[in-house]
Design a protein around this ligand. Structure first.
Ligand SMILES: [Zn+2]
Length: 265
């Protein structure tokens, strides 16, 4: 099969993308419509979105923005509602009131933007709520080996003590800790926790990592994510296609693992 035929045959769930404009990112000609168009063009059947307005701005506005997007794009997008640890009660109230009214997927946290460590007590109400209601949490995570101390808040290894206390939590490590040199530690962590998944969205395009995960942590632990519109989906598709893994593993990464996790089947 040539590469064009191969791309046409894909079936994808994008587990990590955004609509809306973030204040710290310069988008070239950004529009929600353009993101939608590109996602559809590259065979994303289901797209799991958290709205930038909730991550970088104000959590209270997210439900209205999501409802507007649903009017425009129908049920194409599923939604991760954002939990702000500095507004714990308000966040859970927004999630509880809206999750049955929208195309709800799960909950997104961003320990770096919210400047709150993953193992902080400010996340406790969320862990309780998510475990009790069987809701998938997707967290921005990043390597602590960085000059930006804010990224220490999102060290994925901090989930260790959280999972000791809440073993039923289902967690996606967004960006999987972000940096190639840190991946072995994160993969080792994932291999010890059955309900933890990895997405390789973001700016590290590194095809060998997929084989490393499958060999060390087993099959079915990776979900496909792009971080659109910050990143271009084509890099991420190419990265999975270039990996030295079986086609059935590629199908798991592109679609099956997320479908099972979010119960889309
Ligand atoms: Zn993101």
């Amino acid at each position: 099969m040539d590469i064009i035929e191969r791309i046409k045959s894909l079936k994808i769930i994008d587990s990590h993308m955004h609509l809306g404009v973030g204040p710290n990112v310069l988008y070239y000609n950004y529009s929600d419509d353009r993101v939608y168009e590109l996602q559809k063009k590259y065979n994303v059947k289901i797209s799991i979105c958290s709205h930038c307005i909730a991550i970088f701005g104000e959590i209270a506005s997210q439900a209205d923005e999501i409802k507007k997007a649903q009017e425009r794009f129908g049920s194409y997008f599923y939604w991760n509602l954002v939990y702000d640890p500095k507004k714990a009660a308000k966040s859970l109230d927004i999630i509880e009131k809206n999750r049955t009214k929208i195309n709800f997927a799960g909950i997104k946290i961003h320990p770096v933007v919210h400047e709150t460590k993953i193992d902080s007590r400010a996340y406790e109400p969320l862990w309780e709520y998510a475990q009790c209601n069987d809701i998938v949490i997707s967290s921005h995570t990043w390597s602590p080996y960085t000059d930006n101390p804010k990224q220490f808040n999102g060290n994925p290894l901090l989930f260790e003590s959280v999972l000791d206390k809440y073993p039923g939590l289902k967690i996606i490590l967004g960006h999987s800790g972000g940096k190639v040199s840190f991946y072995p530690e994160v993969i080792n962590f994932v291999s010890r926790h059955q309900n933890v998944y990895m997405d390789f969205s973001g700016d590290t395009i590194y095809p060998p990592v997929f084989k490393m995960v499958i060999e060390k942590a087993g099959k079915g632990r990776i979900v496909f994510g792009t971080d659109m519109p910050m990143m271009d989906i084509r890099y991420h598709i190419a990265s999975v296609l270039a990996a030295d893994i079986e086609d059935s593993d590629r199908e798991d990464i592109f679609y099956n693992t997320a479908a099972k996790l979010y119960r889309f089947e």
